[in-house]
Design a protein around this ligand. Structure first.
Ligand SMILES: [Zn+2]
Length: 83
């Protein structure tokens, strides 16, 4: 009986170790990706303010029309039809 328990505990410990190892690896990969992508954003992307709702959006995601910037095409249309 105690032998079965011992084997079960060993299996459980092995499983937990494997799981934590995988999680660690996954976190490291995520960290690496975040580091590289956020660095790129800081270097090359300006943040623009939507003229309609005031939301701040990265330059490459912003819609620019008539020298004004918007967070979405919908807001660009709404703003331009208003004025
Ligand atoms: Zn907007």
């Amino acid at each position: 009986m105690s032998r079965i328990l011992f084997i079960l505990v060993l299996l459980l410990v092995g499983f937990l170790l494997l799981k934590s190892h995988q999680r660690k690896k996954h976190l490291q990969q995520q960290h690496k990706q975040q580091k590289s992508s956020s660095g790129r954003i800081l270097k090359n992307t300006r943040v623009l303010r939507c003229q309609h709702c005031g939301l701040h959006v990265p330059e490459d995601e912003a819609i620019s029309q008539g020298g004004k910037h918007f967070c979405s095409l919908e807001h660009a249309k709404q703003h331009l039809t208003k004025s």
